[in-house]
Design a protein around this ligand. Sequence first.
Ligand SMILES: Nc1nc2c(c(=O)[nH]1)N[C@H]1C(S)=C(S)[C@@H](COP(=O)(O)OP(=O)(O)OC[C@H]3O[C@@H](n4cnc5c(=O)[nH]c(N)nc54)[C@H](O)[C@@H]3O)O[C@H]1N2
Ligand SMILES: Nc1nc2c(c(=O)[nH]1)N[C@H]1C(S)=C(S)[C@@H](COP(=O)(O)OP(=O)(O)OC[C@H]3O[C@@H](n4cnc5c(=O)[nH]c(N)nc54)[C@H](O)[C@@H]3O)O[C@H]1N2
Ligand code: SF4
Ligand SMILES: [Mo]
Length: 729
Amino acid sequence: MAANPVETAVQPGARKLIHAVCSHDCPDSCGVLVTVDELTGKAVKVQGDPSHPVTRGFLCGKVAKYLDRVYSPDRLLYPMRRKKGIPKGPAGYGAVKGREADAFERISWDQALDEIAAKLTKIAADFGPESVLPYSYAGTIGQLGYGSMDRRFFHRLGASQLARTICAEAGGTALKAVYGVKLGTVPQDFVHAGLVIAWGANIHGNNVHLWPFIEEARRRGARLVVIDPYRTRTAALADEHLAINPGTDTALALGLMHVILSIGLEDHDYVAACTHGFEELRAHALKPEHSPESVAKATGIDAGTIVRLARAYAAAGRNGSSGPAVIRLNYGIQRSENGGTAARAVCMLPLLTGAWKHKGGGLLLSTSGSFPFNDKVLQMPELMLASPLGRAARVVNMSQLGRALTTLGSDATDGPQVKALFVYNSNPAAVAPNQNDVLRGMKRDDLFTVVHEQFFTDTADYADMLLPAPTFLEVKDVQGAYGHLFAQVSNRAIAPLGEARSNVAMFGELARRMGFDEPCFDDREDELIDQALKSENPWFAGITRERLEREGHVPLQMPVDANGDVLPFSTAEWFKTASGRGELLPVPVFAAPTESRANAAKGAYPLEFLPRKADNYMNSTFANIPLHQRMEARTAGVLEMHATDAAAREITTGDAVEVFNSRGSITLRALVNAQVAAGVVAARLDWNKLSANGANVNALTSETLTDIGGGATFYSTLVEVRKGQADIR
Ligand SMILES: Nc1nc2c(c(=O)[nH]1)N[C@H]1C(S)=C(S)[C@@H](COP(=O)(O)OP(=O)(O)OC[C@H]3O[C@@H](n4cnc5c(=O)[nH]c(N)nc54)[C@H](O)[C@@H]3O)O[C@H]1N2
Ligand SMILES: Nc1nc2c(c(=O)[nH]1)N[C@H]1C(S)=C(S)[C@@H](COP(=O)(O)OP(=O)(O)OC[C@H]3O[C@@H](n4cnc5c(=O)[nH]c(N)nc54)[C@H](O)[C@@H]3O)O[C@H]1N2
Ligand code: SF4
Ligand SMILES: [Mo]
């Protein structure tokens, strides 16, 4: 239809407001209002949606200045191919920041897609389709961008499947083992709590939209207790900080149970109605090895404190004067060798006290199970049967990428060697554990690597083919959340920059070049959103694309009690376990991580290392943005250590230090402070190429997997530290 020039003429200065959703890997999934200049089509402002009950009109420090990222001069804007003869890795451009493009030549999308299709077709024919490995995580958590057309593509190809374990699998599996479903306390209801325990949860840094509800609860008299080996911003602002020894949370949870059960503070009626295995758990928890005195030895928290916390926890919500106890458990607890068991043990605590019965009580790890998105229709795993494999493809664990790229295929039983790596939504060169093996694998000349990215990340340095990706302002998507209960549509606010193409469009077009002729590869955003929302589950009743487009965010239709409140696990109907109850079996057994001081105190690497997330970055995202670097300056490139450990090594603040173990070595600058206890040291995740010797904290972490869920064990890492020779930047 011809445009009417009168209607489409735009007045200078005219603005429109578009509702989008922050797609970063954060529990808060904020509603974002984007102001767009209609004449230029440029976004001029982002703000938190004031009408969203959890966003409440503000954004975190990382996203408040988002236009710095969207319009960064460093954005990847065109497809590029590695120049012939240029080696992979930062050496390819002389490792000079800003010279990355020198290693590549610009090509058209047509050329790029044709070449990638030809390469993947040949590799699949020569080595079997499982020699292609997709690698993606949560660059975007929009349903479509995270996993829809990409999965269809790789399923139809017969590529290896990726087990996406790197973040939340141990804890998520643990939560489901106890409750059968990933649900938790409604975040807005935290205002009614009388005791908030942040357990392995850096709320102020990683989940800031929960904070105002906790502050409100504290104004009404609640206490905040933080259980974290590191003195986070959250811990510094709390009423009490318990600096637990890393990896000992199972012991603490059992110690709390010991006190509660020995005094008989459990809620008998709730336990009888809603749990399974109580008598076994009770007998186990009451063993002497779980007494406060024994637990104090393992955890480093004194016995009196354990008794006090247990009593306060059990009493909360019962005496009428204060609100109930709520635990904000987060994934920090499960990045440890026995982290799955630890999460399971903590998840059992509110089952003993019946905290779930009260508004604002219970536990929140993730609410993602509340969103019945139709992943099966979005991802179509049945396409694997239409692939040349004709069966389900092998599964490769993303937390062992180094192994996958360097040793997989050497044994006839584990399938072909990985010959093609297709990376999107992720920066594995920086975020995957055991980095030296990862990079050794990525350097392989016989590995064909495609990277779909917004920036020249550490992973882009190893690409054969680089494709430009959009930010969330540039694509339409639908999103749930793992920290609230609102479904949202994210509208496209601005046209993609340069030649950026969304994950959906890119994989759809690549499928055509590969000759995949199923109609599903024609689906685009609106069709996929409709499919995602098509659900029999009543919690999605009345939630349609049109409604989300109109209203921005819509609350899930969750069951409510007589007062209209959503109280998960307040009654037995909520549990989705095999027993139909809160599952207390098998009883959680404490074992200190193999790689911890408890087992290696006199070994070569005596210090426990916390390779942490930065408060002002999102994993490795934002690490290259100058504004964020300035916000993070105090701790970037720094090793935080206790005075005792520093003195023993003749180290003082400002010294260059080498942090090392059998896997690798990095250079940092010492900061002697009280953020960690003696025996523990901490540093931040950054880009390798922005770090002093071109390697970040993951040069030290291992590919050991968690006890449950096959997750990564970043926080079970032993190191030694010595004063460095060289002066560093
Ligand atoms: N600013 C910012 N926000 C983020 C992210 C980010 O990188 N930066 N990342 C996002 C992502 S991907 C995720 S998964 C979430 C994660 O959010 P969180 O689960 O809060 O993540 P972590 O920071 O890994 O861990 C939380 C805390 O656990 C502590 N911890 C480490 N080991 C142990 C232990 O053995 N026991 C106990 N009790 N605590 C321990 C750490 O010191 C840390 O302060 O945050 C999201 N939000
Ligand atoms: N040492 C240590 N390592 C860790 C952690 C830790 O705490 N310590 N945390 C772990 C955890 S919890 C997680 S979740 C992982 C996170 O690992 P990743 O998911 O790899 O996270 P990011 O580093 O944020 O990288 C995401 C990349 O996706 C890109 N991206 C964003 N949107 C899109 C898009 O629409 N399309 C495409 N193609 N790309 C896009 C971004 O530019 C960014 O470079 O890291 C893990 N690694
Ligand atoms: S990163 Fe989290 S807190 Fe920040 S804007 Fe995005 S969803 Fe909100
Ligand atoms: Mo994560």
